[in-house]
Design a protein. Sequence first.
Length: 235
Amino acid sequence: MATQIQVLVIEDNRLIRDGLAALLEAQPDFKVVAAVEGADVESLRLHETKPHVVLVDATLGNHDSCRVVESVRKTAPEARVIVMDLLPAQQDVIEFIKAGAHGFIVKDATVEDFVGTIRSVAEGANVVPPTMTGTLLSHIVDQAVLRDIPGLNTPALMEGVRMTQWEREVIDLVADGLGNKEIAARLTLPVHTVKSHVRHVLEKLALHSRLQLAVFVHRAGVPEADRKPKDRTDE
């Protein structure tokens, strides 16, 4: 039998904690070495239990979950950490990754997705919430560069985000300072279509405003010659 994945569960809700432990123990390739409430890392006996994966609830009642993640990573740097949340916000994901998390599990995930995520992270993958797949944030996570946010290689990250040609042209015109109506006239598109493209671009790049988008594009250093309209194909 192959080596089992040793899992430590940190969850304040006893019903959920016991349920997770039972679910994982039912898998032949998992072994739950401990299932505890949020606590000081010293009391988790990480050196004794030697978990391969540590599951941490994102909303531990009396503890800062990010600090717990950070402490686990410092105490047991070989362990892989997965954060469990119902609907993680992008900023929360960023904070947890900065603290050392390797993956995220949405609490309403199917059993198959739940155990699959644990297996993937145990094997070395970085896993973000499904709703963020294909965004700039997921690319950042995959490249493991969030621990040095000021030094992000913006052009390289830009290349990792999937966008249609229409979205790329809209990005460039927003960066040039054009409003939705002006962009619509320039590209011969309905205004509502331009608004939709802008919204999708902001979501993919994990940005919150047109100003942030303009700054991002200029930081990417895309040459003006490369920002001319091309034949468009929706991907």
